[in-house]
Design a protein around this ligand. Structure first.
Ligand SMILES: [Zn+2]
Length: 399
């Protein structure tokens, strides 16, 4: 098992990352097949694979098929040999998870977010939450290779800084620098919707697509754009902020302070504001401070008003999709996040609007699916941030 001090070193070799990635994508796979695909020499592959076997990152598994001759020994990733800590920083809570290399989440923790925060109190809350969680996971602690943080708002993924987290009213928070100093573990930070897109690419609906868009509808609305297997950040990290594209210049006020953003029509916050306006006969009237989840529960138990609110949100989501489809023409759009749980009410109106407004028949039939990762999508995405640095050739080279 690699100790924490060894973690940085673990991620350094490009060839190792390339071989690990090749095994992950094609396991079970033989040494000679790895050499063929990576164009590395057989002795290089053998040396590195021996190292990986010694470090228990890779396992020799069942014997592969062969037409006569010696049957090759096959290699697989030893998914339980290393773990990541995934942290989803929301508006009201921080969620933490312990994840193996196959995106299996073994333990979680939730920490409430206080109302008012400064950069310093936020960083110390984050640090204490992760330190407490590392204690709680006991013996697993030594197998943790890094921490991935899915943070809402604008993030500079290279420096690991939160540039602007509008709902927490924070700017320029040096998350990576601060946590790496405190935890002695590699820390990776990314916008939450982008982290989710990465999780979808590795473990979810985006697995077989090299380009797609994943839309996160939670307290806020954002998207991760994957182009040719890579996350697209834009010039200054803003790419994918579709929650603040405008559907109606005089529409409801968004959390960003401007009017009529997509987010102001479909987010959890938008549902909560509408629940507060519920008529007397609605079941929501009996619930104190009904939120998006309450609207969904009420809809399921037959509340007419709640069903209408969700179908209406579905229509606006459809308008958001119309804009995405005309601008990017993606092959696949994945819808995830807390609000996406109300799939049964959102889907039909959403697809109807897309069909009606798309310029071509093909565009109207763009594949739109709800995330198979469900509520775990952000946590899996956060954990995958770490895995992507362990496995990915190009990113590992930057460490
Ligand atoms: Zn906005």
């Amino acid at each position: 098992m690699a100790g924490q001090a060894g973690s940085f070193k673990l991620m350094k070799s490009l060839n190792r990352a390339l071989i690990l990635q090749t095994i992950r994508e094609s396991e079970p796979i033989s040494r000679s097949e790895i050499a063929k695909r990576t164009k590395l020499t057989p002795p290089t592959v053998t040396n590195i694979v021996n190292e990986l076997l010694e470090e228990e990152l890779v396992l020799e598994s069942k014997v592969g098929s062969s037409n006569g001759g010696r049957k090759p020994i096959m290699l697989t990733i030893h998914a339980d040999s290393r773990y990541t800590i995934g942290v989803d920083v929301g508006v009201k809570k921080i969620r933490l998870s312990l994840m193996n290399m196959n995106a299996r989440i073994d333990q979680t923790k939730r920490v409430e977010m206080p109302e008012r925060l400064t950069n310093d109190t936020f960083l110390s809350l984050l640090e204490t939450s992760i330190e407490d969680f590392l204690e709680e996971i006991g013996a697993y602690k030594d197998s943790v290779i890094g921490v991935g943080i899915a943070m809402h708002g604008i993030v500079d993924a290279t420096s690991g800084e939160s540039i602007h987290a509008p709902t927490l009213k924070l700017r320029h928070v040096p998350i990576k620098a601060s946590l790496e100093a405190a935890l002695s573990l590699p820390v990776f930070v990314e916008n939450d919707a982008k982290a989710m897109a990465l999780g979808e690419k590795w473990f979810g609906a985006g697995k077989d697509y090299s380009s797609f868009i994943s839309v996160n509808i939670g307290e806020g609305v954002g998207a991760g754009v994957v182009i040719r297997d890579k996350l697209w950040s834009g010039a200054t990290g803003l790419a994918g902020e579709i929650g603040h594209t405008v559907l109606h210049p005089d529409g409801p006020t968004c959390s960003c302070g401007r009017k009529g953003c997509l987010q102001a029509f479909v987010s959890g916050e938008a549902l909560r504001l509408q629940a507060a306006q519920a008529p007397e006969e609605s079941a929501l009237k009996k619930i104190k401070e009904a939120d998006g989840a309450a609207v969904y529960e009420a809809a399921k138990s037959g509340d007419d008003f709640s069903q209408r609110v969700l179908r209406e949100a579905g229509k606006y989501l459809g308008l958001g999709l119309v804009n995405i489809v005309h601008f990017m023409n993606p092959k696949l759009v994945i819808i995830g996040g807390g609000v996406a749980k109300a799939e049964e009410y959102l889907e039909a109106p959403m697809k109807q609007v897309l069909g009606e407004r798309a310029l071509t028949e093909d565009a109207g039939e763009t594949e739109v699916v709800f995330s198979p990762l469900g509520e775990k999508a952000a946590l899996i995405g956060a954990g995958t941030l770490v895995l992507s640095h362990l496995f990915h050739y190009e990113q590992a080279g930057k460490l």
